[in-house]
Write a protein that binds this ligand. Structure first.
Ligand SMILES: [Zn+2]
Length: 197
């Protein structure tokens, strides 16, 4: 999900080596975000099986890439990887404790309905109203492979659903009315023709 209103915080995200709480943090790789039209965005992902140092590094690079793009969530297919992992931080880097890695996530409970506007880093410039559960409980593994359950509501619940959709090859466009979806697709086609996508 993208959230343009928080761009000022996201601009402060670390790119080169930086000192954080006295610990020198390794430089982070900022991945370019894959845009709508790339088939990887519409393919289901493969489960994470290897939880090693490389995987932990990947999740940190995903956070860095997400902050650089001013998003609150990022799924592996959006950086061109067919892997069942997403990262979410609804504070866009303001609170390090709000960083959530969702490896092999599943929604195990959903409740209520909220219709809100949402966007996607892979579909920049377009937004649409999507009905999502108000509350969800997600079961997942963290970057070390440890299982956990997390209950979320409103924006975080929406972010979880949006990212888990990505891991299943589903984009928010699929939740829009056919009319609205076709309108956005037509506009993207035009942008592509003009070399602006
Ligand atoms: Zn998205």
């Amino acid at each position: 999900m993208s959230d343009k209103s928080t761009s000022s915080e996201a601009a402060a995200s670390p790119a080169p080596a930086s000192v954080d709480a006295g610990v020198v943090v390794a430089p982070r790789k900022i991945y370019p975000i894959v845009k709508y039209g790339d088939p990887i965005l519409e393919k289901p992902t493969v489960a994470v099986k290897k939880f090693d140092a490389d995987f932990e590094q990947l999740t940190e690079d995903m956070f860095a890439s997400m902050y650089a793009a001013q998003g609150v969530g990022l799924a592996a297919p959006q950086i061109g990887l067919n892997l069942r992992v997403a990262v979410v931080d609804v504070t866009v880097g303001k609170n390090p404790e709000a960083k959530i890695v969702l490896a092999n996530p599943e929604i195990i409970h959903a409740e209520g309905e909220v219709r809100e506007e949402e966007g996607c880093l892979s579909i920049p410039g377009f937004r649409g109203y999507v009905m999502r559960p108000q509350f969800v409980t997600v079961k997942a593994q963290n970057a070390k492979g440890e299982s956990f359950e997390i209950r979320a509501e409103n924006l975080m619940a929406r972010a979880f659903c949006h990212e888990i959709d990505h891991l299943n090859g589903i984009l928010f466009l699929q939740h829009l009315s056919m009319l609205k979806r076709d309108l956005i697709k037509r506009k993207i086609k035009k942008l592509k023709k003009q070399g602006e996508w």
